[in-house]
Design a protein around this ligand. Sequence first.
Ligand code: UDX
Length: 441
Amino acid sequence: MRLSVVGCGYLGAVHAAAMASIGHDVVGIDVDERKIAALSKGEAPFFEPGLQEILTEGIASGRLSFTTDMAAAQGAKVHFVGVGTPQQAGGYAADLTYVDAAVDGLLPYLSEGDIVAGKSTVPVGTAARLAPRVAGRGATLVWNPEFLREGWAVQDTIDPDRLVAGVPTENGAPSAEGERTAQVLREVYHPSIDKGTPFIVTDYATAELVKVSANAFLATKISFINAIAEIAEVTGADVTTLADAIGHDARIGRRFLGAGIGFGGGCLPKDIRAFSARAEELGRGESVAFLREIDAINLRRRDRAVELTTEALGGSVFEKKVAVLGAAFKPHSDDIRDSPALDVAVRLHGLGARVTLTDPAAIENARRIHPQLTYEEDLDTTLRDADAVIVVTEWDEYRRNLSPEHAASLARGRVVVDGRNCLDPAAWRAAGWTYFGMGRP
Ligand code: UDX
């Protein structure tokens, strides 16, 4: 099928390449000339495992191209909109400027019967607001939220846990047009649906809310365990053993119960804030008032990591050399948007520590935003003469491959702060380190 994808950021670039990889003819469109130039050469503009391969393959096959010219959307049957919805400057609500601009930009190139499929994460009510504009061109709007995780984006796009289509409804059920558009999306995603991926057809509001509720739930799970970590800290309990124990209950599950310095990234923080802001607009602020608490717990964990490092260094980090391992908001990503890891590094620097920061993928991005920090590609050099080591992103390079004995041979101090509870305390202690975890004795 001929498809267009408007917006070639994280979501759009991966979606375009993934759709080409399952056999569609895809044009990716973005206003950013640099991004389009890179993508056209088959270069992934960010670090995402597997993306490079499907980009190269798609371009070589002739099924995938990129352009800044919106007119290229003409002739596609489905037009995906995957532009960003960042947090508004000076507020919690989502900034919908790019979504509106993408839809308006597409309008002149839509033909009768086309489908515009919104993928961006938007406040509930957005699709209903945009639908008449699309309908004015004889096309139909569907909302088809994206649930991809960075680091697994290609796999999550080709083989998602579920597909959701919010379509026009009539008397509580999809209208005839709604049924038709759902069928077209089934054709788009048929390789995945044929393998048994659930395909849920619903109304606009439900589709929009599925996405924000999923992210709110995940954020809540993480802040829940981090709140328990705070209690563990004053009682001598170990939150990781506790998480293992409660996680054995299938109703709870162990995933997303990783206590540490908390969540960050381009989605969870801004999405829970936008959800709160939207709920307030709807007169239901109290229904999700807990999300403010989730946010607050999350941010407190960064303070705690700084506090632990300070305690570990005898009350002050001033002029102490601190090796910070990690800058990305999570491993397998070079994304530093709202990264707790980078935030902790910046705060330590602000307190007068001599911070040296390393990361397998995110140094360039971090340097651009925080040029005041010292960056080092090489892990050994980062560790050399450090008074304290703090792990803030659980890359395998630190979690699995860094031996505590080797680290001890390089560092000056023997203090390690495990901001992600990803190291083996016994092994580090055996090598002579004083180990500090988050919510662990
Ligand atoms: C998230 C959602 O998972 C995805 O479905 C949605 O489409 C976009 O937002 P992503 O931002 O890629 O994806 O990151 P995710 O893997 O969810 O991790 C978010 C943050 O939570 C990271 O900073 C991670 O380090 C942190 N985290 C995760 C924890 O602190 N503890 C955990 O147990 C799990």
